[in-house]
Ligand binder design. Structure first.
Ligand SMILES: Cc1ncc(C[n+]2csc(CCOP(=O)(O)OP(=O)(O)O)c2C)c(N)n1
Length: 668
């Protein structure tokens, strides 16, 4: 045990309980990332690597936190946390290979720098958007809590990142659910060029903790002993009593945001002041004074780290550059899913669309013990559409969870559950509100399998659609926001039978699924549906009417409008295709129909520009051109927001226009 209040060039090391082995380990663990960075800066100048985000001067935080965590506890680092990766003992050639976009890295050359995760080392790397990391940590922590594992997750953010909504949402969720998360803010003075005074106005960012009902602490981020001891103590306390804790580490960014951007905007005095507080030089001096290190030992450590770096660099540089293989690229966008068709021979009962959804949800909760539901008002209240009524009583509040109004961090939480091998359903109260959770869906869930082979086993339910007099923000059908994003599956049933079978499949499929449920169909459409569990495959359309003259291709409410129109017109020549699944899409079924009829009209509730109808039209002209006897027609809503007044909404929606266009095409 060492004591004494040695003042060592800016960092003050107080009494502590660490022995020589521990202190030496902390020293070498900081020295390694520092030496790697110094080498990287040389390689950058030689044009051998492309970009570098430096963590020089901040090593004590990454190293201290990682060393205080247990090996199987997840850490979610940011772009300056090399010390997290090295302290988890990732072989250096794999890191170097990752930075060079080579195959021995963690992303098959698909993502750069620290943008990767690895289950092997229990590290979940960032996406560029910074904030989503925090919600993911909530999800991992929720899984720990539900499994009673007495573990915590630690997540990093810069002070700049704390201005993002995700930060506030994630802290709030962690607070109301008592999640075992250590939120680590590295306050390094600048977010790119923006000083803290232009980033926030509280005195310390730790002040925000009490605002969320979260315990918070300020730690000298350049003092490795303080970081390690305090975090070790807090981590143990969280393991014993699961709850979030917010830490503000005071530190400084000694180099540019990234190497090319420089530090001209930083006053020289600040550089000098913080240069004096260098976490490694200070600690080294301290250990020299305490007699734990001597020059020879330091030389020895440096020599062996240099050797390790050089050997691993050589290995990474001699690795071939990655070859592109289109089929492999495409194959890695989605998790492989071998659909098991389960057929029910049970009794049927005549139920509404809304009941079919409710049955699928209930039966999926019964089947998947690791499935958790999250949404606003879905627990005691049963959701605004009463779809989950009674679920909380049957499955418990742990699995049927009311969330605060935090769409983004809730999607992140679902991602975190998936990282821990669980399944999640997020109910958007209305599909319109998905815009507040858009970022993690399209940037995290959609891309994570392709980037580092991690599944996002999440179903997002989307009560959508107009015709209910609900105005611009409770009526949208926003499937086209998602159909263009590789990595997502998009399902949009029109009938109770399909809704139940497809929703059951959505929970079996390990990919992120956006499941659109048209609100106007909830209580207006009925069908005989098997009482028991069954599944239906994605990517198969359903032929509702068989005809020879014209193909009508549609989905959702459009199917019912088309049926009404055909009845009104008393027209029997239509081949009516209900797509049911937009991604994957039944191109074969579409082409079979159009090749037979030679005429195609696509009906969508969306306004046309950039709609999914446009995609189908393009596919038809590409694949069925030779069979076409007429131009491919699209019918959709007006190019306006969705109006509230019924007369306006009726005009906005395409049902009336569809009849005229269909007639036009029949007569063409
Ligand atoms: C949503 C989003 N907005 C802007 C950026 C661009 N950007 C990347 S890092 C950064 C500064 C981050 O500052 P901070 O969180 O304090 O971390 P630091 O870089 O100082 O470690 C900015 C503006 C981004 N990546 N994502």
């Amino acid at each position: 045990m060492f004591s004494g209040k040695t003042k060592s060039k800016g960092v003050i090391y107080k009494d502590h309980k660490l022995n020589a082995t521990q202190l030496t380990d902390l020293y070498t663990s900081m020295l390694k990332p520092r030496m790697i960075e110094e080498k990287m800066l040389i390689l950058l100048r030689q044009g051998k690597i492309s970009k570098w985000f430096s963590g020089i001067g901040q090593e004590a935080i990454s190293v201290g936190v990682t060393k205080a965590m247990q090996e199987d506890e997840y850490i979610l680092p940011m772009h300056r946390n090399l010390g997290v990766f090295t302290s988890r003992n990732i072989p250096l050639y794999r890191l170097f290979s990752q930075w060079q976009g080579k195959a021995s890295g963690f992303t098959k050359g698909r993502d750069r720098s620290f943008h990767f995760g690895t289950q092997e080392y229990k590290i979940v790397g960032m996406i560029s958007h910074l904030g989503p990391q925090l919600g993911v940590a909530d999800g991992i922590a929720l899984a720990h809590k539900l499994k009673n594992e007495k573990k915590l997750s630690a997540v990093f953010t810069g002070e700049g990142g704390t201005s993002e909504g995700d930060f506030h949402e994630a802290l709030n969720i962690a607070a109301v659910w008592d999640l075992p998360v250590l939120f680590c803010i590295e306050n390094n003075g600048y977010g790119l060029s923006t000083p803290t005074i232009e980033q926030y106005r509280c005195k310390d960012l730790a002040d925000r903790g009490p605002g969320y009902g979260i315990e918070s602490h300020i730690i000298d981020g350049n003092n490795i002993i303080e970081v390690f001891e305090k975090i070790s103590e807090l981590a143990q306390s969280i393991r014993n009593e699961p709850r979030p804790i917010l830490i503000e580490f005071k530190t400084f960014r000694m180099r540019g945001h990234e190497e090319a951007s420089g530090t001209k905007y930083v006053p020289e005095e600040l550089m000098e002041e913080w240069g004096d507080k260098d976490p490694i030089i200070n600690f080294e001096n301290y250990l020299l004074q305490e007699g734990i290190l001597n020059e020879e030992k330091i030389k020895g450590f440096r020599k062996s780290i240099k050797k390790e770096i050089d050997e691993n660099l050589h290995k990474a540089f001699s690795e071939n550059i990655i070859e592109s293989d289109t089929s492999q690229e495409i194959a890695d966008v989605y998790e492989t899913y071998d659909h098991q068709e389960i057929i029910s021979k049970s009794n049927k009962e005549n139920i509404r669309f809304v009941d079919a959804i409710s049955q699928a949800l209930k039966q999926s909760l019964e089947r998947h013990y690791d499935l958790v539901f999250m949404g606003q008002d879905i627990a005691d209240y049963g959701g605004v559409f009463k779809i989950t009524e009674g679920f909380m009583g049957e499955f418990g509040k742990d699995r049927v969870r009311n969330t605060p109004i935090c769409e983004s961090a809730v999607v992140g939480t679902a991602m975190g559950l998936s990282i821990k091998g669980m399944k999640a359903m997020v109910e958007m109260q209305f599909s319109d509100f998905v815009s507040s959770g858009f970022n993690p869906i399209v940037n995290y869930l959609a891309k994570v399998k392709y980037r580092w082979d991690q599944k996002a086993d999440v179903v997002i339910r989307m009560p959508c659609g107009g015709g209910v007099g609900a105005g611009p923000f409770h009526s949208q059908t926003n499937e086209a926001w998602f159909t263009k994003v590789p990595g997502l599956k998009v399902i949009y049933p029109a009938f109770p039978y399909d809704a139940k079978g497809l929703l059951n499949t959505a929970f079996n499929d390990p990919n992120p699924v956006l499941f659109f449920e048209h609100k106007a169909l909830y209580r207006s459409v009925r069908q005989d549906v098997p009482v028991d569990y069954y599944t239906l495959p994605f990517g198969k359309s359903s032929r509702i009417k068989e005809g020879e003259q014209i193909s009508i291709i549609t989905y959702g409410a459009g199917v019912h409008w088309a049926l009404d129109t055909l009845e009104e017109m008393n027209f029997a020549g239509a081949d009516l295709l209900d797509l049911r699944s937009l991604q994957p899409l039944d191109l074969e079924g579409i082409c079979a129909s159009v090749n037979k009829t030679g005429k195609a009209i696509i009906l969508t509730e969306d306004s046309l520009a950039g709609s999914f109808a446009s995609e189908i039209a393009a596919l038809i002209s590409e694949h069925c051109f030779e069979s076409l006897d007429a131009p491919v027609l699209r019918v959709g809503s007006l190019e306006t927001p969705i109006p509230f007044a019924q007369t306006l909404e009726r005009e906005y929606l395409p049902k009336e226009r569809f009849k005229n266009k269909l007639q036009e095409l029949i007569e063409y």
